[in-house]
Write a protein that binds this ligand. Structure first.
Ligand SMILES: [Mg+2]
Length: 340
């Protein structure tokens, strides 16, 4: 039942009309989608010699976002971007997206349209097609679940387990901004009065950029031994990569590319900017392990993708997971984990 009879809801429209709205908004699918939205399942052709790389991730209201904080279009966009970030970390090119929406009946139709537009825009930005999915009603919270399918030549695949002791660790972009953006939202910040650098933190939280071109460029040149994206923070990514590669890891606290506004924000709240940046999640940067002899090829590959990278540490032969600052050495903190 709609609270305000003036606002058209998804319940008013009904499932079939909603699917038709998605089909119209998704537009013409790419040539490799031979059967798209509207049939029982989608059919797609892969390029010769490519394997399928598949990943899924969901955003759940009140766990990952608040409808009162974030515009529906941004929610749709982010739901796809976080999946493309995983494809990027594998060196794969996004090809198709399956979208599963769980909608409270009172969801305004305009919000539904905007969310789908966000999904389609992110797909288009990376040359992928929205190829199918599902819609179901949800008693209370809105959830958006995305399955992303990508293609890559099997010998060009990047994994997190290929690292070797002595590999240099490189990180794209900067860290800490997304966590600062979330803190701003939690503090009910007024968007209209935000300074530019803090507005950038908010944007980094709400509209992360998947480094698809960078992941593909490095993978295509076989310029790294391992790669992982930073969904749950740098400390978590470094730990997981080291664990999968059966190495230890050391990060240089002074080298970390901490976003300037995030650093200032931490200092103002009495926190250690490095410690905050290590645990801050959702930056969706890429962490690469690069053997010294591939360093030049790696730097050329990221430059072609027009992405900044910083050398932040190394994988080690001993099994310790640590970060250092001067002569001080600290255990790497754990990352965010669902269910504790
Ligand atoms: Mg990941």
């Amino acid at each position: 039942l709609s609270v305000n009879p003036q606002i058209q809801t998804v319940a008013d429209a009904g499932e079939r009309a909603l699917i038709e709205r998605i089909r119209v908004r998704a537009g013409q699918p790419s040539r490799w989608i031979t059967t798209g939205i509207g049939d029982d399942a989608a059919v797609m052709t892969m390029n010769r010699g490519e394997v399928v790389v598949a990943t899924a991730d969901s955003l759940v209201e009140d766990v990952h976002f608040r409808r009162s904080w974030t515009a529906p279009r941004a929610i749709g966009q982010k739901a796809v971007a976080v999946n493309f970030s995983d494809l990027a970390a594998m060196g794969a090119a996004p090809r198709a997206v399956l979208l599963s929406l769980m909608l409270p009946p009172d969801t305004p139709l305009a919000d539904f349209d905007a969310m789908v537009d966000g999904v389609v825009a992110e797909c288009e930005a990376h040359g992928a097609s929205l190829a199918g999915g599902n819609i179901t009603s949800s008693p209370r919270v809105l959830a958006i679940d995305v399955t992303a399918l990508g293609g890559v030549h099997p010998r060009r695949t990047l994994t997190r387990s290929g690292g070797r002791p002595g590999d240099e660790l490189y990180l794209t972009g900067s860290i800490g901004a997304a966590a600062t953006g979330l803190a701003l939202l939690e503090g009910s910040v007024d968007r209209g009065t935000l300074a530019d650098d803090l507005a950038d933190c908010l944007r980094r939280y709400e509209a992360p950029i998947a480094h698809v071109r960078c992941g593909r460029s490095v993978a295509g040149n076989r310029a790294a031994n391992a790669c992982m994206d930073l969904s749950d923070g740098l400390a978590d990514a470094a730990r997981q990569m080291a664990q999968a590669s059966r190495t230890g890891v050391v990060l240089e606290g002074k080298q970390l590319p901490i976003h300037a506004a995030a650093r200032a924000w931490s200092e103002r709240s009495g926190a250690d900017p490095v410690a905050s940046a290590l645990i801050g999640g959702e930056d969706y940067e890429l962490l690469f392990a690069v053997p010294a002899k591939r360093r030049r090829g790696f730097l050329a590959a990221v430059k072609r993708a027009q992405v900044e990278t910083t050398r932040i540490g190394s994988l080690t032969a001993d099994s310790r997971m640590r970060w250092v600052r001067g002569d001080d050495s600290f255990e790497l903190p754990g990352g965010y984990a669902h269910f504790g």
